[in-house]
Design a binder for this molecule. Structure first.
Ligand code: DC
Length: 226
């Protein structure tokens, strides 16, 4: 049976940085599921489809061609054969991704792809519904949080480093919008499941969180119990 670690939590809690490191240490692949919802949003934006329009999105999903590659622990995501790994990292796509992710027509297709990848590979998967819906039998479930101020600060610095023009306030507002949208939707919302271990990363550095997760994996996961 392939092994799996689910890391869920709100935007900017450090999930992707940490999941990447954990997967490298365990030689698992890293699957960033947010990138998939972002790619759906990018396609909608390019096709001039409102990311809140369920009917048009449902039709668009019939012609959606998303592929993912993993090379040296680096995930690349392709839309219709074009690498969009960087193009999906804008504020507009972030909000669009949170919007399209509300709809079951979008989620079910993404979940199918996610489960297919986890069916034959050891994986660290990050997202919002991994422990609760995508991989309910994951060997270890982590719920990673941080204060909204800290999450906004981290995301702001990341965007500035990439040369994007944003204010801290804009980033914070967008984050609060997404937190609320992602946790209040009816289908597979962001939530901590009872068997997830919560880690608050507000005052921890990346490696401290990575070490904690590796410790939990060695000592408390389903693998260590079997
Ligand atoms: O992790 P991220 O910030 O790249 O995710 C972008 C959006 O995609 C997020 O606001 C909600 C949605 N998402 C989701 O609904 N379920 C997931 N498993 C991953 C992301």
């Amino acid at each position: 049976m392939p092994r799996s670690i689910a890391i869920d939590g709100p935007a900017g809690a450090g999930k992707s940085t940490i999941a990447k490191k954990v997967s490298a240490r365990l030689e698992f692949i890293y699957l960033d599921t947010g990138a998939m919802y972002r790619t759906v949003a990018l396609k909608a934006i390019k096709s001039e489809i409102d990311t809140n329009n369920q009917q048009e999105l449902a039709l668009m999903m019939d012609n959606l061609n998303i592929t993912i590659s993993h090379d040296n622990n680096l995930q690349k995501i392709y839309l219709d054969g074009v690498d969009v790994s960087e193009a999906i990292r804008t504020a507009e796509v972030s909000v669009g991704a949170s919007n399209v992710a509300v709809f079951p027509e979008v989620r079910l297709k993404m979940v199918e792809l996610q489960r297919r990848i986890a069916a034959d590979k050891d994986v660290v998967m990050d997202g919002r519904d991994i422990g609760s819906y995508v991989l309910p039998n994951a060997d270890l479930k982590i719920f990673l949080t941080a204060s909204v101020e800290e999450r906004a600060r981290r995301r702001y610095e990341e965007l500035i480093q990439k040369g994007q023009t944003v204010s801290l306030e804009q980033v914070r507002d967008e984050m609060l919008f997404r937190d609320n949208n992602d946790s209040s939707r009816a289908f597979a919302p962001l939530k901590k499941v009872p068997d997830a271990i919560e880690i608050d990363s507000t005052k921890l550095c990346i490696d401290e969180v990575v070490d904690k997760i590796l410790y939990f994996y060695e000592n408390y996961s389903n693998i260590s119990k079997s």
